[in-house]
Design a binder for this molecule. Structure first.
Ligand SMILES: C=C(O[C@@H]1C=C(C(=O)O)C=C[C@H]1O)C(=O)O
Length: 363
């Protein structure tokens, strides 16, 4: 099924944007003073375009700080009035959305847990219907690009064209360096399916720790994302939520100073010619790669027929283990990433066994 969404670029609703979209502010608004002080510091940096602040906080388990609630909307209004920065918060149900719109917030976003629930997304879409709200949609907690797109579609069907995707990583199923797995391939697939959708990265939730913010942000720009949402707090050590991943506005400025912003493409004949030359070499190598794979599969089929005649199983674990170890060692010598080699050969082996069992089970 083709996907066609009517999406406006960021510039359509934020005309003064001349750089990647940077959104920053506290994970949670805690007090009027903390909100305003953080906002005043951020407003001094012309690279920050929108102030964010969590008001209703979805927490994994009960008992931790769940946000100040509606009073925070008033503080956001004060930020807007004093600094001129557009303001936004996360909404997780119809009531939040109604209150946020009524308070005149410039941006709302749907969190990862809410995106995972089509009922919640629909209830929010029903409230924003017919408005010119800017709605950002975080990826669902699981790397399901269709679910992410489904949420965007529901909003688009409600007439919302000012849409932005936020890549905040995916719940890991084991202990990892980062709090949430970046799984860049999900972003690549989203961009392939919806090339017009602006997508920004939320390195704070991917990282879980401030020391990783720079490397993740740079990667996001290397991949061509359109901006960042980075949590900041006047004093992260006292933050009531996610204190390890927040930075001070001064630290944010240092991160932004170091980041290299890349262009999606450039108008330069020499660059284009050189790129084309290198790409034609990749095309030729890919053709060879496919031919080699095809020959390999042909031999596997022959082995399958031979095993069938001799009534021997398709799967041969000792051969497979030995082969995998050997390929990983070879990969290291050839400067290939170990995980890449493992996954590649798992796929090849899986299909080789599948084909052999098909041959064996043919009438
Ligand atoms: C091809 C064989 O059958 C299976 C497929 C393998 C492969 O594709 O390399 C290896 C071991 C077996 O599990 C074989 O036994 O050699």
């Amino acid at each position: 099924m083709g996907i066609e969404l009517d999406i406006r670029p960021i510039k359509a609703w934020l005309p003064n944007i001349n750089n990647p979209l940077v959104i920053s502010g506290p994970c949670s608004l805690e007090t009027e003073e903390q909100t305003l002080e953080t906002a005043r510091l951020l407003a001094k940096d012309p690279r920050v375009f929108i102030f964010r602040g969590g008001v209703w906080k979805p927490r994994t388990r009960p008992g931790s700080f769940e946000g100040v609630g509606s009073i925070g909307l008033k503080w956001l209004q004060m930020v807007k009035q004093e600094t001129g920065l557009p303001v936004g918060t996360e909404v997780a149900n119809a009531q939040h959305t109604e209150e946020a719109l009524k308070a005149g917030l410039d941006v709302i976003w749907i969190g990862a847990r809410s995106t995972a629930s089509p009922f919640v997304v629909q209830e929010i879409a029903d409230v924003v219907k017919g408005t010119d709200a800017v709605v950002m949609v975080k990826n669902p907690v699981n790397p399901d690009v269709q679910l992410w797109i489904g949420a965007l579609e529901r909003l688009n069907q409600a007439g919302i064209k000012n849409l932005v995707g936020i890549h905040r990583g995916f719940t890991p199923f084991r202990e990892t360096k980062y709090r949430n797995h970046p799984n860049w391939s999900t972003f690549i697939e989203l961009r392939r399916l919806l090339p017009n959708l602006p997508v920004i990265c939320d390195p704070s939730h991917i990282a879980g720790k401030r020391e990783y913010l720079f490397e993740i942000s740079q990667k996001a720009f290397d991949m061509g994302m359109d901006g960042l949402m980075i949590e900041s707090h006047r004093d992260p050590s006292c933050a009531l939520s996610d204190k390890d991943q927040q930075v001070t506005p001064a630290e944010l400025a240092k991160i932004l100073d170091k980041l290299v912003i890349r262009n999606a493409t450039i108008e330069n004949k020499q660059f284009e010619n050189q790129l084309e030359l290198l790409r034609s070499r990749i095309d030729a190598l890919d053709t060879e790669l496919m031919e080699v794979l095809s020959s390999r599969m042909e031999i596997a089929r022959e082995i399958g027929r031979y095993k069938k005649e001799n009534n021997v199983t398709a799967l041969q674990i000792s051969r497979w283990t030995e082969l995998m170890n050997n390929r990983i060692a070879l990969g290291e010598k050839l400067n290939l990433n170990k995980t890449f080699v493992q996954i590649l050969f798992q796929l090849i082996h899986e299909d080789s066994v599948r084909m052999q069992t098909e041959i064996m089970d043919e009438e």
